[in-house]
Design a protein around this ligand. Structure first.
Ligand code: NDP
Length: 311
């Protein structure tokens, strides 16, 4: 039998938990489904140094545990489970959890975040979990004192390269242009680290390995056409993210990349009673603090909308 709620929150990153804190304090008694990665992307990050209020920084997983505790304290019903399909054309909205449980929600706050992108090479898939990883903080430990490579030129790649350099004997950073996209401070950290070797204008051609996993990677400089084999055992991919919005296709407006469209200055989507927050709708800032801010907006917008419906 379907379960009814005033407010359903889908996703449990900084956006979802902040929405939960505001919605529960406003008396909406929200239900939250945490999704496949409870706590979201910050649970696979180490030091968070830029979230206001933590003068000495904080570990990502610890921050997410604190947020969950805070949301539960005000009465959010936090549950493990994943929204697998939706029908947003009706009122209340129908959301199916894990393909079975049906929730009827008067308002829905989407905070499904984004997931790591892959290069799309068959060898990347073949060696996934056997040397290929999209999370240096999760898997770097396995490559202590070994030679590894990381592909990407943004803040994530720079941060992960620095992290790996503390563990591994050498880190090859494969960058497709002749410059990094990362912030100045992170650029300086990687380019001045003697354990990180930059490979500019290079693309990954193939990840090579044997029965035990990755043994090397073939890269090609697309200016000189020179191919090089790097002897590595770990290959890390850090080339950005894709918003987790596939289940909303056909209902909600989104851009070409799948980021949900919201009304300017609000969290309102094109469907009444459905609000979007966090990385699922933000391809520009993508920070924990901006996600938290939009989670707050979504809860306030949902509360106001629900009040209007009662008038
Ligand atoms: P970005 O989108 O910023 O960077 C992706 C990087 O991967 C770019 O250098 C891009 O190259 C490269 N890339 C994309 N596709 C490919 C491909 N197919 N092959 C090779 N290289 C590829 O993603 P990030 O995850 O690094 O960062 C996302 C956001 O999060 C940013 O706003 C960032 O500032 C922020 N962030 C902040 C942190 C912090 O403040 N501590 C830590 C981590 C992230 P190109 O430049 O050529 O497009």
């Amino acid at each position: 039998m379907a379960e009814h709620t005033k407010c359903l929150i889908i996703g449990s990153g900084p956006a979802g938990y902040t929405a939960a804190i505001y919605a529960s304090r406003a008396g909406l008694t929200p239900i939250m489904y945490q999704g496949p990665q409870p706590g979201g992307q910050l649970t696979i990050t180490n030091d968070v140094e830029n979230f206001p209020g933590y003068a000495d920084g904080i570990q990502g997983p610890e921050m997410m545990q604190d947020l969950e505790k805070q949301a539960r304290r005000f009465g959010t019903d936090v549950r493990y489970g994943m929204a697998t399909s939706v029908d947003l054309s009706c009122s209340p909205k129908k959301i199916f959890i894990d393909g079975t449980h049906e929730i009827h929600a008067e308002s829905v706050i989407i905070a499904t975040g984004a997931s790591a992108k892959w290069l799309g090479l068959p060898s990347e898939e073949k060696y996934n979990g056997r040397g290929v990883s999209a999370c240096a903080v999760c898997d770097g430990f396995f490559f202590r004192n070994q030679e590894v490579a990381i592909v990407g030129g943004g803040d994530t790649a720079a941060e992960e390269a620095t992290y790996l350099a503390n563990l591994c004997s050498k880190v090859h950073m494969i960058v497709r242009r002749d410059e990094l996209r990362a912030s100045q401070i992170m650029q300086k950290r990687v380019t001045s680290n003697p354990k990180i070797q930059m490979h500019w204008n290079c693309q990954t051609e193939e990840i090579l390995g044997d029965d035990n996993g990755v043994t090397s990677v073939l890269i090609k400089n697309h200016i000189t056409n020179i191919e090089t084999i790097l002897p590595i055992t770990g290959f890390f991919v850090a080339i950005g993210h894709k918003p987790n919005t596939d289940i909303f296709k056909g209902f909600l407006d989104m851009d070409e990349a799948g980021y949900l469209t919201t009304e300017k200055g609000s969290s309102r989507t094109n469907i009444e009673g459905v609000f979007a927050s966090g990385d699922a709708q933000d391809h520009i800032y993508r920070q924990a603090v901006t996600a938290a801010g939009t989670g707050c907006m979504a809860a306030l917008d949902a509360e106001r909308w629900l009040t209007e419906q009662e008038d």
